[in-house]
Design a protein around this ligand. Sequence first.
Ligand SMILES: NC(=O)c1ccc[n+]([C@@H]2O[C@H](COP(=O)([O-])OP(=O)(O)OC[C@H]3O[C@@H](n4cnc5c(N)ncnc54)[C@H](OP(=O)(O)O)[C@@H]3O)[C@@H](O)[C@H]2O)c1
Length: 323
Amino acid sequence: MEYTSLGKTDVKVSRIGLGAWQFSEDWGLTEYQEARKIVSKAVEHGINFFDTAMVYGQGVSENILGKALNEIGVKRDQIIVSTKIPGEFLNPEDVYKSVNKSLEILGLKYIDVLLAHWPPCWHNYPTYKYARTMEKLVKMGLVNYLGLSDYPVELVESFRSSLASTDIEVFQIRYNLVERWAEEELIPYAEACKITVQAWSPIAKGALTGKYTLDNLPRFEDVRAGEPIFHPDNFTRIWPVIVKLKEIAEKYGKKPIQVALNWLIMSSPVIVPIPGAKNTQQVEELVDSVGWRMNYTDWLELEELSSRINILHSVFYLKYQKF
Ligand SMILES: NC(=O)c1ccc[n+]([C@@H]2O[C@H](COP(=O)([O-])OP(=O)(O)OC[C@H]3O[C@@H](n4cnc5c(N)ncnc54)[C@H](OP(=O)(O)O)[C@@H]3O)[C@@H](O)[C@H]2O)c1
């Protein structure tokens, strides 16, 4: 496993983390023993950076992840757990109460990284107010570091300028080979300010594995059924990238998913992908995306092919028929 620094700190995090949203009804993995095997396999391979959130299964994901980490017996200072507080909980009373609950559910004495999951868009909580409330949790020792997820740069600046004695160390951004909007502002900002970027949906929710085709897209009960990336119009747009991933993967004796993640970590030193896994075999494959690098020519072919892609988010709306 490769390791990198967490933001400006000297804490070492694995170059690839593990997302735990999969441990919830959304993704259908709620059987504790199965989930525990996944966490255990990740630890065995040197992954020490785990991500969850209060909203993932309303506590189910936090509970499974925390219980597994405790039971596996890994030393507390050897793992870094990030969890996220939803935008609606960002008034002071909700912050204090929900973080307290999160600690109880996780079974941990402190949270390594607490991120605001998204900005409070339905309420008018002022940024300075919740920034200082979250900072207080750091002063109290309940949280080690702060982060922001799905925030635009303007709000990031406002949040940071409200802090008195700490700074943010982590961003969470949707970022993968075919969804690259983060490169416009957020990643350069993170590089300049030494902020670690946890790249979420780093394999485009499985689309970049090569196992889905136009005739075999996630459907019906699957949490991804309504995902624009799996809409046939968009999937057709990304298909040439999937074909290229397969071609490059074959050359290196790797899987398309490993090439896709390798491309991400090559693209910026601040990127730490946090893919989710549904079984131990997937963990083993994810781990093999680090510890090697594709050559520059292959990186560039993917760079050029994918930079032309735009995923359309209005696709479902555009198909609406009047009756
Ligand atoms: N901050 C945010 O707003 C936010 C939002 C979303 C997610 N996240 C975080 O990011 C994490 C990952 O993102 P994500 O869940 O959206 O999607 P993702 O990591 O891009 O895709 C995960 C899915 O890909 C498939 N997969 C994984 N490894 C594979 C392998 N080796 N071979 C074949 N298929 C494989 C699995 O689904 P199948 O096997 O069913 O295909 C898995 O559930 C989450 O767990 C969560 O912690 C954060």
